[in-house]
Design a protein around this ligand. Structure first.
Ligand code: V47
Length: 348
């Protein structure tokens, strides 16, 4: 920690975990209600994962092809266009495109994919490539990440998803995903993307081998980045799913610990507009309860989910919009369908 102020800030933030869940929930809910009242946001989106062949081995990942997941694949652009066409026909307004670090798919391949998708489907919002992928592809192309981000923007990428952040603490990061983009570069990539006038999200993978200290450190680093570049739209705390991977975890967080972490995220990240309780890692029930603890978004219909479901979550086939609306209403909230940049489309 650089100075006394940061030490104090860290200690104060750590003390939040000592509060009981209702006190924390009330604090987070006050911020949430001030920002969004009783609205719960969701969107109509579709995940497309072009490949699972990955040069990196993150211990927590059940999606990439390895000895516990022996089905390597790489989609052709034609196959991706077909998936996109089908997705749009059944209502997707956003394509969320992330995959793996595959040396066969270079910068040129991705830029062609994005500009072709935009030419075929000009109305679609392209949310594509994690900062980890940007870092990998730029090294492969021998270009700076700045240049890659500029080319992505020119080719039609509208926003960047929040993946690849995992846990910023260098020791934990080294243990769970050695070789992946380092924490500073992850933050710098998002910072540069924001200077291009673009928005992005941020995630934190928790509930594995990290401690509360590591989560607080992660949140404070994001808070500082947002002060500098201001372009994060949503923070998404991802609960670790334990199957088909190489990360041995002894103790999993209780519902209470998960809700406390969400509430603390809302409190510390007051400068990031939205906290997303991602139903694919929380389950829909807890994602809805999380709306009482600072969250205001649950992500969307997804249609097809491959990353968390590879490690055990029940999200492979997405969820119907009607089911999302019904769950939000049943909990006494107002369902609001949004676009990818949180413009409101329809209130139900
Ligand atoms: O970075 C991998 C995570 C992330 C597991 O920006 C796992 O709107 C839990 O970032 N258990 C990719 N999580 C997904 C992601 C995301 C998802 C939804 C919305 C947005 C957004 C972003 O998935 C990876 C990694 O942290 N992940 N394995 C696992 N076993």
């Amino acid at each position: 920690m650089a100075n006394n102020n940061e030490f104090l800030e860290f200690n104060n933030a750590m003390k939040l975990y000592e509060l009981d869940i209702f006190t924390l929930g009330k604090m987070a809910d006050e911020i949430r209600q001030k920002k969004f009242g009783k609205k719960v946001f969701f969107n109509s989106n579709r995940h497309i994962n072009p490949t699972n062949e990955c040069a990196d081995i993150c211990k927590f990942c059940g999606f990439s092809a390895h000895r516990k997941n022996k089905n390597p694949y790489t989609l052709s652009q034609e196959e991706i266009f077909k998936e996109a066409q089908k997705a749009i026909e059944i209502g997707a307004l956003e394509l969320h495109i992330v995959g793996a670090h595959n040396p066969k798919l270079d910068l040129k391949w991705y830029l062609e994919l994005f500009s072709n998708l935009k030419a075929k489907f000009p109305q679609i919002h392209l949310k594509a490539l994690t900062a980890a992928e940007v870092n990998y592809i730029s090294k492969l192309a021998n270009k700076s990440y700045q240049e890659v981000l500029e080319l992505m923007a020119e080719s039609g990428v509208d926003s960047m998803p929040g993946g690849g952040a995992e846990i910023f603490d260098e020791k934990i990061r080294d243990y769970i995903c050695k070789g992946k983009v380092d924490s500073k570069t992850w933050l710098d990539i998002h910072g540069y993307w924001h200077t291009l006038g673009k928005k992005s999200n941020a995630t934190m993978l928790f509930g594995h081998v990290e401690s509360r200290e590591h989560r607080i450190d992660h949140l404070l680093r994001l808070q500082k980045q947002q002060e500098k570049s201001g372009g994060f739209n949503a923070f998404i705390p991802l609960v670790y799913q334990k199957e088909n991977n190489f990360l041995k975890v002894e103790k999993f967080p209780s519902g209470q610990e998960i809700l406390k972490t969400l509430a603390i995220s809302r409190i510390i990240l007051e400068n990031i507009p939205h906290i997303k309780a991602y139903w694919a890692t929380l389950g829909m029930n807890l994602a809805i309860v999380a709306q009482e603890f600072g969250a205001d978004d649950i992500d969307g219909t997804i249609q097809k989910e491959a990353i968390q479901s590879a490690s055990g979550s029940k999200s492979a086939n997405g969820i119907l919009k009607e089911e999302i609306i019904s769950q939000i209403k049943d909990a006494g909230f107002i369902p609001v369908e949004r676009d990818s940049l949180y413009n409101e489309i329809q209130t139900y």
